[in-house]
Design a protein around this ligand. Structure first.
Ligand SMILES: CC(C)(COP(=O)(O)OP(=O)(O)OC[C@H]1O[C@@H](n2cnc3c(N)ncnc32)[C@H](O)[C@@H]1OP(=O)(O)O)[C@@H](O)C(=O)NCCC(=O)NCCS
Length: 166
């Protein structure tokens, strides 16, 4: 498996993959696939990595800027992240997260936050202490990993493409 930056001609494959990965998920409102395109168009796709096996894209992860209490302060948001349904739970998601976090760190990011299933992300080093909030979402689902500086405290907001209404 190879992990690399997205290329312009990957956009359609990333869209289809994201659609296929989220479609069976009860929590999905099917906005994740167009969201990646909206982030790209807005210039907010800080990092967009694909996992390829035999020249086929089987995984994708996006990172975009976030604010905490209205300040960006070099924190980024993880997601969407997608793995082909037939290849899930085989380590591709973890490999994408780990590569993305190390690339963010190399670029001087102070940390990364997300909302998602704690069973998955706690295994990848993310924590939740209740001090970072996302609207009224249960604190367990608001998770973060700090690379440097203070732990995050306050209200998390994702890039405008997320249509954040918190
Ligand atoms: C979530 C997703 C990206 C994870 O990728 P993956 O390749 O399936 O995950 P990995 O095999 O790398 O698993 C990483 C860890 O999370 C755990 N995990 C993965 N999916 C899980 C699930 N649905 N529930 C609980 N734990 C899960 C694995 O057991 C593994 O932990 P371990 O290494 O300690 O055993 C992938 O399953 C996916 O595309 N799901 C559909 C879209 C989605 O839900 N995206 C994320 C929204 S928060």
């Amino acid at each position: 498996m190879e992990i690399r930056d997205e290329r312009p001609d990957d956009a359609d494959a990333i869209y289809q993959l994201t659609l296929a990965a989220f479609e069976p998920m009860w929590f999905s409102d099917n906005t994740e696939a167009p969201l990646v395109g909206s982030l790209r168009e807005a210039g907010d796709l800080t990092l967009s990595l694909v996992a390829e096996i035999d020249n086929k894209i089987v995984g994708h992860i996006a990172f975009s800027p976030v604010t905490i209490n209205g300040r960006h302060d070099d924190w980024f948001g993880l997601g969407p992240v997608s793995v082909s349904p037939n290849l899930q739970k085989g380590g591709i998601g973890r490999a994408l997260v780990e590569r993305g976090l190390s690339m963010l760190q190399e670029r001087g990011a102070k940390g990364c936050a997300l909302t998602g299933n704690p069973d998955i992300y706690s295994r990848m080093g993310f924590v939740s202490d209740g001090n970072l909030q996302y609207g009224s979402l249960d604190a367990r689902f608001v998770q973060w990993i700090a690379f440097s500086g203070a732990d995050p405290v306050g209200d998390l907001k994702f890039a405008p493409a997320f249509g954040d209404e918190t």
